[in-house]
Design a protein around this ligand. Sequence first.
Ligand SMILES: Nc1ncnc2c1ncn2[C@@H]1O[C@H](COP(=O)(O)OP(=O)(O)OP(=O)(O)O)[C@@H](O)[C@H]1O
Ligand SMILES: [Mg+2]
Length: 256
Amino acid sequence: MSTPTLEAPPASLSLRNVGKTYRIDGQDLPVLQRIGLDITRGEFIGIVGASGCGKSTLLRLIAGLDHRFDGEILIEGHPVAGPGVERSLVFQDHRLFPWLSVTDNIALGLDSLALGRHERQARIQEQLELVGLTGFAQAYPHQLSGGMAQRAAIARALVSRPDILLMDEPFGALDSITRAHMQEELLRIWRERRVTVVIVTHDVDEAVFLGDRVAVMEPRPGRLQSVIGVDLPRPRLRTDAAFNQVKQRVLAQLKR
Ligand SMILES: Nc1ncnc2c1ncn2[C@@H]1O[C@H](COP(=O)(O)OP(=O)(O)OP(=O)(O)O)[C@@H](O)[C@H]1O
Ligand SMILES: [Mg+2]
């Protein structure tokens, strides 16, 4: 039996003293150091920081794609041990398979779940509706615009009904108008699915527009410099003085 979408509680995520060191040519390269952050169920967190400060590395650790790290990453109090269906990762490039239709690409997100044919179809249909791609179910990636392809990638990430959605600069390749539209769409999906979201972005404006809090990282090695609460009601207006005040606070932290 399937669980109704709105009853599935999103998960909490705790980073405790997380560190990561890569070894390159026999040299240790510390990339992440003492990252500590408690993210509550259903929270929307933005992570900003200079290129190379370890944002993608951190998301990979949370996704369970790399188990060699220090400290602890806990989901609902349980340490992550590898990838799991309760977490999904969306990348900057859509990473759809060009030889598969939108439907078949989304279906890949169900591969690790034992579902009957009807349940699979229902889930895919639900996702197509959620991201507004019902008319493109049988289209191939090359027939989609950049924004549509990214929506298909988000649908593939959500079809398994994860509690935690991890996004690594998901809108980085989009033009500014499509990007603003996708941000609104993401907020709608977040509200409807009540998922916990961690989004990495280069764009301070995007982080402040979306996040309940914005975590600012500093580089070499990557550390959490500060976490700034965005205490602004949604929908947020970019032209608001209060919005710009928060933005300036984040920018000031980044420049330090
Ligand atoms: N597989 C790897 N092996 C060795 N070093 C790596 C590996 N992956 C990343 N690094 C190093 O770790 C550091 C952090 O990389 P990461 O990709 O996490 O940064 P980032 O904050 O996501 O940067 P960007 O904003 O440019 O995407 C960099 O110095 C990079 O060279
Ligand atoms: Mg990155």
